[in-house]
Design a protein around this ligand. Structure first.
Ligand code: NAD
Length: 315
C-alpha cells in the first residue's frame, strides 16, 4: 500500500508512521514542520523507508505532484493548538479547513479516493450527552479549531457524496503519550521544571476529559479501517472513562518528585475561551468492531507523565 501521511512529523503522525512502516507500507510524508519534529521520523528517512517532503499544505500547487501513485491519504496536518484561535482568528480556517480542501482537491485531481481524517471530540460542542455517541447532533463547536474540524468533516462528506471518495473520520479524545509536544501533561511538566515549588493550573481543576494513549489511538485507526467499508465511516476514539485536571496535577507532581509544590488554580470552569470543561466519548461503536484499549484515562496519564518526564527532563 502506498500511503501519504500529512502532518507525519507530528506527535500522532509519527507514531502512525512507525506502525505503517512496520507493516510494510510505502509512506510519503508531507509536513511543514510548523509543530512537527523531524527527529521523530529521522530514522525512517535515513533508512529510506519513508519519503519526506517539507511542504506547506496551504500551497495546493506544491501538493498536487506528490499525490500520484498514492493509494490512500492519512490527513493529520492541522494547527493542534486550540488556544491560538482566540488570538489569531484565521489560523484554523487556513491550517484546518483550507488545508483539508487542498488535500481533497489534490487527491481528486490525481484519482486518489481513500482518506482517513483526524477530527476531534470538540466538534460536539458543549452540553452534549455523555458519553457522547457519534449520532449526537446538531454539533455546534464552540472553538474556532472545532469549527475547522467540523468544516473538514463536511468537506470530506461532500467529496464522498460528489466524487465517490471513501472516508474514515476519527473524532479523537485527548491523545497523549511519548513524543507529546503539547497538552496539559506537557505544560505541567514544563511549569514544574521552571518552578518546582508551584504549579499553576488553568481553570478550577474540575475539568474532566477522556484520555487515550497514542499507541491505542494508532491501533484503533488501523483496526477501524481494516474492519469497515462504508463510504463514510465515523468513529469516536477514546477510552472508557475520564480523568480530572486536578488528578493530572497530582500525578505529575508525584512523578516529577516535586512533592512540596503548591497547586494554584486560576479559577473559572474552563482553561480558556472555547475550552469544553467536561468531555467523554462513547466508544461503543469502536468496541463493536472488537477493539479494546490497553490504557484507561488515568493509566494513560500516568504512563505518559513518566515518558514525558524522561523526554523533557532528559532523565
Ligand atoms: P501535531 O501538532 O504534533 O501534528 C500536526 C502536524 O501537522 C505537525 O507536524 C505540523 O508541522 C503539521 N502541519 C501543520 N500545518 C501544516 C501545513 N500547513 N502544512 C504541512 N504540515 C502542517 O499535533 P497532533 O497532536 O499530532 O495532532 C494530529 C492531528 O490530530 C491534528 O489534526 C489534530 O488536530 C488532531 N487531534 C489531535 C488531538 C490530540 O489530543 N493530540 C485531539 C484531537 C484531534
Amino acid at each position: 500500500m502506498r500511503v501519504m501521511v500529512t502532518g507525519g512529523a507530528g506527535f500522532i503522525g509519527s507514531h502512525l508512521i512507525d506502525r505503517l512502516v512496520s507493516r510494510g507500507d510505502e509512506v510519503t510524508v508531507v509536513d511543514n514542520l510548523s509543530s512537527g519534529v523531524f527527529d521523530f521520523i529521522r530514522k525512517h528517512v535515513d533508512d529510506g523507508s519513508i519519503i519526506f517532503h517539507n511542504i506547506d499544505l496551504k500551497n495546493l500547487s506544491d501538493l498536487k505532484p506528490l499525490m500520484h501513485e498514492i493509494d490512500m491519504v492519512y490527513h493529520l496536518a492541522a494547527n493542534a493548538d486550540i488556544r491560538l484561535g482566540t488570538k489569531i482568528t484565521d489560523t484554523d480556517l487556513n491550517e484546518g479547513t483550507i488545508v483539508t480542501y487542498n488535500v481533497l482537491e489534490a487527491m481528486r485531481l490525481a484519482g486518489v479516493s481513500k482518506i482517513a481524517f483526524s477530527s476531534s471530540s470538540v466538534v460536539y460542542g458543549e452540553g452534549a450527552p455523555m458519553p457522547t455517541p457519534e449520532t449526537h447532533g446538531p454539533c455546534i463547536p464552540i472553538s474556532l479549531y472545532g469549527a475547522s474540524k467540523q468544516g473538514g468533516e463536511g468537506l470530506i462528506g461532500s467529496w464522498v457524496g460528489t466524487f465517490g471518495f471513501q472516508a474514515w473520520v476519527f473524532r479523537f479524545a485527548n491523545i497523549i503519550g511519548r513524543r507529546g509536544t503539547h497538552g496539559v501533561i506537557f505544560d505541567f511538566i514544563h511549569k514544574l521544571k521552571s518552578d518546582p515549588n508551584r504549579l499553576e493550573v488553568l481553570g478550577n481543576g474540575l475539568q474532566e476529559k477522556s484520555y487515550m494513549e497514542v499507541g491505542d489511538c494508532v491501533d484503533a485507526i488501523l483496526h477501524v479501517i481494516e474492519s469497515t467499508n462504508q463510504p463514510f465511516n465515523l468513529y469516536n476514539l477514546g477510552s472508557n472513562d475520564t480523568c480530572s485536571v486536578r488528578r493530572i496535577a497530582e500525578i505529575v507532581i508525584e512523578e516529577t518528585g516535586c512533592k512540596g509544590a503548591s497547586i494554584e488554580y486560576t479559577g473559572g470552569d474552563r482553561g480558556w475561551a472555547g475550552d469544553i470543561p467536561k468531555a467523554r466519548l462513547s466508544i461503543d461503536r469502536l468496541k463493536q468492531l472488537g477493539f479494546s484499549v490497553k490504557y484507561e484515562s488515568e493509566d494513560a496519564v500516568a504512563y505518559t507523565t513518566r515518558a514525558l518526564i524522561k523526554e523533557i527532563m532528559g532523565e
